[in-house]
Design a protein around this ligand. Sequence first.
Ligand SMILES: [Ca+2]
Ligand SMILES: [Ca+2]
Ligand SMILES: [Ca+2]
Length: 166
Amino acid sequence: MNLSKTLILIAAGTLSFSMLNAEAPAEKGARNEKRMERFDKNEDGQLGPREKRRAKHARKMREEFDTDGDGKLSEDEKANLKAAVEAKRAEMVKKYDTDGNGELSDAEKQAAREARRGEARQKMMEKLDTDGDGQLSESEKAAAFDAMLERRAQGGRQGKGGRAQE
Ligand SMILES: [Ca+2]
Ligand SMILES: [Ca+2]
Ligand SMILES: [Ca+2]
């Protein structure tokens, strides 16, 4: 595996995969350290919002693929996770490899990130623009705001099961 492929794997969420074996409760301290090591990319000893998102994503992936719920990933479960990551990666490459060399360059990755941000915005807009005129009216904005407050009150971010800010 060459370096750029490795980077793509990381971009596709493989970090979660390398965290798999650090889950025994007694190792919590060590785990936090590991988590830091893994996700604290700028090494300032703190996890920024983006690094936290990655860590959270890793945790979610792990939970998702722990199909028998024993808190550990068996070989089978790992294989499933790996396959899913691989599929995701392939999908990303297929979608964003604009020069068709089978790999994502930094620029292509950047474009991919931007596209995904745009999609997220788009989705949000579709959800909020209830009358579908492409604009957010005052009442649509108010509804969005209420929905946000409600999510906050429930302690989740964007309703996706994340715990409130750590
Ligand atoms: Ca399991
Ligand atoms: Ca390319
Ligand atoms: Ca509207």
